[in-house]
Design a protein around this ligand. Structure first.
Ligand SMILES: *Cc1c(COP(=O)(O)O)cnc(C)c1O
Length: 363
């Protein structure tokens, strides 16, 4: 499903050189390399500021804390996402309120948002799932009318665009993960928060270092969540290739679209979006049989996500499990993600689609 060695093979000498430089400098946490990468990343996304943190999960959690979301607040989020999109809400003591996804885009359905807003609603977390932006125009309009904060979960959407605006540049903050298999991945954990708000920027820089304004002078209770200099140096090299890699993902997706027409429900990209295909996810009946068959033919596939979050063990005691999230529930049984990373070849895609066609004739 991912081929990091294949993708990075041409630039490995550059990366090794940058790692060596960091090792000689002995500046391992934050410092010059992190500041350089923060500036470059903010410029790429189109925001004034960026704050390097330890992971996408921390980016989400720190964003909520910086925006004053805590006990008593309700936060709207879909149940069809990675657990971290909801975990961050619980971490800051707020309450997640689930909104089902739009059946075409896998993203939060803006039409369902107004019905979930109460006096306690303080924020929306639109997740740009699989590399396609949520419907940000409508979401920002709803947020404006109801005085809600918007924290973009852009952990799967580095370089994705909505009406020409990059994911992570539209909400109050944008949250990114540099987990190795993301479209822009480090060689370990890493994350980033983007924002245009100078107050949020200053606050986030304190929160990631134990809430300290300067060393041993703690203004807030924060956490230890900093981007490593080695990861920043690696990411600085890789950022230059992100657009090229995303273009390759997009041309891979076009080929899949073409070869799977009439065979499976292929992902839908809204015309106003630039989709960067973190995942290429089809909908298919008898999914588990198909998956097993493909595995026997040497094709690895994956299911994102097999169990919607309102049905997870952690919320058993609450009433979440009873809420009906029909699209999320149905899709968790039907989604199948196919290899889409930049080093998948045309030959491989043809082979994979041929095998899918074969197995669907049998089941
Ligand atoms: C990967 C991911 C995260 C969490 O990022 P980490 O860096 O692994 O903490 C959050 N949300 C979504 C949608 C993700 O895909």
């Amino acid at each position: 499903m991912a081929d990091i060695r294949g993708q990075d093979s041409d630039i490995l000498p550059k990366i090794h050189k940058e790692i060596d430089k960091v090792v000689s400098s002995s500046q391992f946490i934050l410092g010059e390399n992190v500041e350089k990468f923060e500036k470059a990343f903010a410029r790429y996304i189109g925001t004034k500021y960026a704050v390097g943190v330890n992971s996408g999960t921390d980016a989400l959690t720190l964003s909520l804390q910086a925006l004053g979301i805590g006990p008593g607040s309700e936060v709207l989020v879909t149940p069809f996402t990675m657990f971290a999109s909801v975990e961050c809400v619980v971490r800051v003591g707020a309450t997640p309120v689930f909104v089902d996804i739009n059946p075409d885009t896998f993203n939060i359905d803006p039409l369902l948002i107004p019905g979930k807003i109460t006096d306690k609603t303080k924020a929306i977390i639109p997740v740009h799932l699989f590399g396609q932006c949520a419907d940000m125009r409508n979401i920002m309009e709803i947020a404006r009318r109801n005085d809600l904060k918007v924290v973009e979960d852009a952990c799967q959407a580095h370089g994705a665009e909505n009406y020409g605006h990059k994911a992570g540049s539209m909400g109050d903050t944008g949250c990114f993960s540099f987990f190795p298999t993301k479209n822009l991945g480090a060689y370990g954990d890493g994350g980033m928060i983007t924002t245009n708000n100078p107050d949020s920027y200053e606050l986030l820089k304190m929160l990631r270092v134990h809430g300290a304004q300067e060393k041993y002078n703690h203004k807030y209770v924060g956490m230890n969540s900093r981007l490593d200099a080695i990861q920043a140096a690696i990411l600085m090299v890789k950022l230059k290739y992100l657009d090229k890699w995303n273009d390759k993902r997009r041309s891979n997706a076009l080929l899949y679209d073409e070869l799977l027409t009439g065979i499976a429900t292929t992902p839908h990209a809204e015309g106003y979006n630039k989709h960067v295909y973190h995942q290429y996810t089809i909908l298919i009946e008898n999914r588990d049989t198909v998956m097993e068959y493909l595995k026997g033919k040497g094709v690895s596939t994956a299911v994102y996500y097999p169990k919607p979050l309102h049905q997870q063990e952690w919320c058993k005691k609450s009433n979440y499990a009873k809420s009906s999230m029909l699209v999320s529930e149905l899709y968790s049984e039907r989604v199948l993600s196919l290899p889409i990373h930049p080093s998948v070849t045309e030959e491989q895609i043809k082979y994979i689609c041929g095998e899918i066609k074969d197995v669907l004739c049998r089941v």
